[in-house]
Design a protein. Structure first.
Length: 143
């Protein structure tokens, strides 16, 4: 990782970055929890487990120490925005989305506070009846 530094705080932070923006063949500008639909447009990939994995990595770095808390907080807010934004559309099916939201809610991560969990619970409830709540889901099917 960061070869010329002591300690592991920077290593933990770099791990979050590598997980969030992996090297791949399409060189996407978007983080892994976002599904690119065109060069500059996307929808959420909630339901594939990437949001949970990123939150777990953030939490691990969060627990390691305070050096990168502001940067980790910004990444956490980006993930939450991808889930909670009322104008967001979703690539995956309702069932997959509900499973990932349940997993996030049931995972004890310190980086999510009570307000975050309350917002996630409310959003999960909206996915119980996505059409009634104006949520565009399952875009992968082309419907």
């Amino acid at each position: 990782m960061a070869k010329h530094t002591r300690g592991t705080l920077d290593d933990s932070f770099v791990q979050v970055g590598i997980l969030s923006f992996p090297t791949d063949s399409i060189e996407s500008l978007f983080p892994v929890w976002v599904f690119p639909t065109e060069l500059e447009t996307s929808c959420s990939n909630l339901g594939e487990g990437h949001h949970l994995n990123a939150l777990l990595a953030i939490d691990q770095a969060w627990r390691a120490g305070g050096l990168f808390h502001l940067e980790l907080l910004a990444m956490k807010e980006s993930i939450l925005s991808d889930i909670l934004n009322r104008d967001r559309s979703y690539w995956q099916s309702r069932d997959k989305i509900l499973r990932e939201l349940d997993a996030i809610q049931n995972t004890p991560v310190q980086c999510l506070d009570a307000r975050d969990r309350l917002a996630l619970a409310a959003r999960r409830n909206m996915f119980e009846a996505p059409e009634r709540n104006g949520l565009k889901i399952n875009l992968r099917t082309g419907i």
